[in-house]
Design a protein. Sequence first.
Length: 276
Amino acid sequence: MKPRIVDHKTRIGSPAERENGSSVRALFRGLNILRCFDKEHRELGLLEISRLTGLHKTTALRLIKTLESAEFLSIDDGTGKYHLGRSMFLAVHLLLSATELVRVAHPHMQRLAEETGESIVMTVWTEEGPLLAHIVLTWRQFKPPVETGLVFTDLANASSKVFLAFGPERRRAAALAKPLVKLTERTIVDRRKMAEELDRVRRNGVAYDMQEYRAETCAVAAPVRDSTGEVRMALCVVAPVERSTQHNMSQYANAAKKAAAAVSHDLACQDATEEE
């Protein structure tokens, strides 16, 4: 059977891989193992995985055991074969969940972009921070220097403030326990001041980023809740600093809250439909 491994750019032993060292090489090999599982290969034994990846049996077993310990693979004690584990299913669930949220939010984001004339960003929470799941760009020349897939690991952005202000107390406490990274001259790095900022976000129902994440941009974000009241996403209006006057930001905030309420309503209706 011909090895079914990744393309030449990431093939084991490629120049790019050798340059990145043994840790990256092990990561590539582990991902190759996971890619062996598909509709035709739901369960695989050690020898099959070794043939499909081109890995020596000893190397394959070591990587399989690592993946098994992290619950990316699981073994059937009856057959001795491996199948995808709990961690893989959780990752897929997160992906599908974010995709469904994008579907619900997109038309509201389009209307919000038309109303404000600015780009609209949608984020969802991950343990690393807010993940940029979707963006609707403005027709204007300015475009935010961000892309889908970006994870905001700092607290200088409006989305992080939303998820910390309206999320579990343990999430807020853990974030404030870490050093606050200074990204611009306006970034809040004092923990007490950031705690006060999060309190304001909770009272006002909207979070601001006034040149804290990037000196050339400002943003305002509002929380979107599901039928249980949990904040599922944040809708954020991103504007260049020259259009971020106090008057404009106030208008953007009101528009963002209105759009977030509309998305929340649609999510609640969807949840009610699924329960029937």
